[in-house]
Every structure is written in C-alpha cells, then in structure tokens.
Write a protein that binds this ligand. Sequence first.
Ligand SMILES: Cc1cc2nc3c(=O)[nH]c(=O)nc-3n(C[C@H](O)[C@H](O)[C@H](O)COP(=O)(O)O)c2cc1C
Length: 311
Amino acid sequence: MTKQLQLKFLLAKNPLILAPLAGFTDLPFRLLCRRYGAALCYTEMISSHGLVYDKKKTLQMTRTVVEERPVALQLFGADPEIMGEAAAIVSAMDIDLIDINMGCPVKKVVKKGAGAALMKNPKLAGAIISRVRHKTSLPVTVKIRTGWSHDSILAPEFAMMAEDLGADGIAVHGRTWSQGFGGKIDWQTIARVKDCVSIPVIGNGNITSYQEAFAFLEKVGCDGVMIGRSALGNPWVFDPAGTPATLAGRMEGLAQHLQLIRMYSDPDKILARTKNHAGRYFKSITGGSSIRRQIYAASSFQALMELTQSW
Ligand SMILES: Cc1cc2nc3c(=O)[nH]c(=O)nc-3n(C[C@H](O)[C@H](O)[C@H](O)COP(=O)(O)O)c2cc1C
C-alpha cells in the first residue's frame, strides 16, 4: 500500500507533491497534476504584502476549487507581522496548508530579505514562523534549501528551529542558495534533517519519474517528495504508467490541460503562459519540434485548441 503523508490534520493520500513553481503552478495545472496522481499541490509563491494590501492580482492567485483539495498555499515575505496577517487571511479561504518560502534564490525576492535570504537570518526566520503559527490553525510547512553555500549547511538546525516554533512539516530542496537550480542534490543533508526532527520531511530536487520518487523516499527515508520542473509538460511524473511514448499520448495530456485552462482562467489573457506550458509536452520526442513550432506560432488560445483537436 502506498504510504500516506500526514501534515497535522491534513492527510495526503500518497507522498507525491507538486512543488511551488512561480509562473506555472496555477489552478489549471494543479488540477491536472491532481488528476494524474499528485496528492497535494502547492501554489506559486504568493506575496504576503499583496494579500494584506488586497492586491487584485495577488488575490486571483489564491483561487481554488473543491476538486483540487487539499491544496497548499505558499507565502513569501520578510515582515513577521505582514506574514502573520497574510496567514490569517489565508486561513479564512478554502486552503488546507500554508507554506513559508525560505528557499527562493531569485534576486528581487532575496534583496528584500525574503526567500532564501531568511536562511542567513535565523532570528527573522524564526519570528516569521512564530507569527504565522500564531495566526493560523492550518498545517504549516517551511520550504528551505540545504543552506547558503556548501560551507554553510544549515538545514538541520533550521528544521529543528521550525519544529520548535510549531511547524508541521519541512520541505528541503537539496541544494544551497549558491547552487541555484543546478548541480547535485545533497540527499545526505535531507536525510540528516529527517534524523533531527520528528515532523514530516519532504525531500525535493531533480526527481524525474514516479519510480525515482519512490526510490528517493526509500533511500533518504523522508516522508514525502516534491516534484517541480519534471512535472512541467509532464503530469505523468505522478503516474506509475509514466510519460506516453507517442505524440498522440502527449497531445491527450495537453488537451486536458487546455480544457482546464479554458474552464478556470481567461485563456487569451494568459496565452504566453499557456504556450510555455504547451511546448513542454513535446520535449524529447521524435516529431516534437514541429509541434512546438506550431504551438509558438499560434495566435490565439482557440488556435491551440484546434491543434490538439486535429490529432
Ligand atoms: C520556474 C521555477 C519557479 C519556482 N518557483 C518557486 C516558488 O514560487 N516557490 C518555491 O519555494 N520554489 C520555487 N521554485 C523551486 C522549486 O519549487 C523546486 O524547489 C526546485 O525547482 C527543485 O525541484 P525540481 O528539481 O523538482 O524542479 C521554482 C523553481 C523554478 C524552476
């Protein structure tokens, strides 16, 4: 029987989680990944300021529907009060878990003291976790990296601090800030985190298939596994049957994705984002480059729909 993942009172039916990916893990894509087997999906990082100051665009990012529950919403920010207020706002929404972003290496986030910068500032990180914990009864996870650079591996201490302050789970991307998104995954540090805390640990980094995910869980001994880039254009990463080998099989996945986009968003407003998703379905497959060209040349959402219907 597949192992379930318990995060406070949230019971995920299996340990496979869609990672937060800014620009990608919107409602349609999360629904698609749930359909293919992900037990829990994380939203893109959502600005705590945007929520507290009622910014329309930020609020739109919080949209969810009952079919995707449970769903996790990731907050980012560097001000404990604002993060707490944002957590309170989220708690009144149909959201099942709040995650705190402490791993994002992007300059405009780090410059403001948020994301991975919090790993350099444990005092502020602790204040944020405490405030969020105080303002919500939802399960709270904290997503961190292994550290700032290879000579400052901080994840075990950080995870212990988060547990002491009331976090219900820790997600660890097995890279340092200075590695960005490349280089080897330090699974030994993830295993060390698991040894140091009693809350569930979710490992993350470079998992490319369902089978790899379960092998990783076994090797590292963690409780859940989060998959990011390998899910893009490939929701089958959550499916034991794996990615279809044929263009028609891939087209069927894209058709489902486009239907969800049509149902849950304003498709012509997000055409660039949709093409970015769509092209990825045809990577590493014979005949894929010609389809990708047709996707990038499409002048409307309707044209993309017609492309899938002509198959
Ligand atoms: C395009 C992109 C956007 C990302 N956005 C977020 C984000 O919003 N919040 C976050 O915590 N991590 C974010 N990440 C990091 C991923 O969640 C994940 O930790 C990382 O990609 C490693 O996992 P993977 O190798 O399975 O992709 C992002 C990564 C990428 C490539």
